[in-house]
Design a protein around this ligand. Structure first.
Ligand SMILES: Cc1cc2nc3c(=O)[nH]c(=O)nc-3n(C[C@H](O)[C@H](O)[C@H](O)COP(=O)(O)O)c2cc1C
Length: 337
């Protein structure tokens, strides 16, 4: 309550309502405060998924801390794991601003950030020597300057630079904001990409078990297209699926937000809750519950979290719910699971 009535009100008004500047200020504050935060990742909900032990199943979704700038803070806020990135091999500024919009009545966000990030090597430098208290996922994407036909090498370079530091890797082929990226979900392209990345990870593992590789999919895929993705994942021994990324659909927006509905980019938050859960349910059914799924999209409450787990997810991630509900959401979910 205090978050929504006081903190959120103040944050949403800060910097004249410029959502991206507020995001930057909040990250900076978290980063400076993190040494003072007492470690408090909620326990009691431990689980082991794709060979990794998670203190609890509630993770921070990719995109909120792309460059890993506030890493110690997330475990202190109660998250059971963190996914940094999406990072790309080449550092890049992302799309022109404005590129982040809050649709308040709908409890949603539209973003077309375009993978603004300092590059894989910078993330590797930051992670070197850092001791983290919760498992770390690293999300990899394609640099904008790299043509889609050369995507495999771009992802491979990132995987090589970061392999030592991640507990798992998420192959992001579902962001709507990098031209051509979603075409990597097509059967032939995905087959080549995953084949190369699994082989690279096996080489890097040097005789040890290869670290888990997951694929993150869009909520806009049809069921037959998801089926094809699952076939390719199975053929390469992919360890799990992350469902879902943001949507291109504008269904479920409230009238007051219609003015922003035309902004290009991916929509997240409340309008995605149902669809993300449906995708998770479909994947779980198709794989007989055998492929671990990280369920993400529109989780705003303990009930949403439970419904996502009931649909077949083993782990959860949150982005937009964290912005609207505040950090208390993570602990509330863990208390009620
Ligand atoms: C501003 C913003 C940036 C994002 N950046 C990324 C990203 O870099 N990589 C990625 O895989 N997902 C990214 N996402 C998608 C989220 O990780 C998540 O899949 C999606 O927002 C649905 O969850 P939510 O409804 O809890 O936000 C981003 C989402 C937002 C709102």
């Amino acid at each position: 309550m205090v978050y929504k009535q006081v903190v959120r009100k103040a944050l949403f008004r800060l910097h004249g309502g410029d959502a991206e500047r507020v995001h930057e200020t909040t990250l900076k504050a978290l980063r400076s405060l993190s040494p003072l935060m007492r470690f408090s990742t909620a326990g009691g909900n431990e689980r082991t998924v794709f060979g990794i032990r998670f203190p609890n199943p509630v993770g921070l979704a990719a995109g909120l801390d792309k460059d890993g700038r506030a890493l110690p803070a997330w475990a202190a806020l109660g998250f059971g794991f963190v996914e940094v990135g999406t990072v790309t091999w080449h550092p890049q500024p992302g799309n022109p601003k404005p590129r982040l919009f809050r649709l308040r009545d709908s409890e949603a966000i539209i973003n077309r950030m375009g993978f603004n990030n300092a590059g894989s090597q910078a993330l590797a430098d930051r992670l070197d020597g850092l001791k983290l208290k919760a498992p770390l996922g690293i999300s990899l994407g394609k640099s904008k300057v790299t043509p889609v036909e050369e995507a495999v090498e771009d992802y491979r370079q990132s995987l090589k630079a970061l392999y030592r530091f991640g507990d798992y890797f998420a192959i992001n082929v579902s962001s709507p904001n990098t031209p051509g990226l979603r075409s990597l979900q097509d059967k032939g392209a995905l087959d080549e990409l995953l084949g190369e990345l699994v082989a690279t990870a096996s080489d890097l593992a040097a005789g040890q078990a290869r670290k888990p590789i997951l694929v993150k999919i869009a909520p806009d895929l049809t069921e037959p297209a998801i089926g094809e993705v699952l076939d390719v994942c199975a053929a390469h021994g992919i360890d799990g699926l992350i469902a879902t990324n943001t949507t291109l659909s504008r269904d479920g927006l409230r009238p007051a937000d219609q003015a922003l509905a035309g902004e290009a980019g991916g929509l997240s938050g409340r309008p995605l809750t149902e669809r993300a859960r449906e995708v998770v349910r479909f994947v779980s059914k198709e794989t007989g519950g055998k492929l671990p799924i990280i369920g993400v999209g529109g989780i705003f409450s303990p009930d949403d979290a439970k419904a996502m787990l009931d649909a077949g997810a083993s782990l959860l991630q949150i982005y937009t719910g964290f912005i609207y509900e505040g950090p208390g959401l993570v602990k509330r979910i863990n208390r009620e699971l």
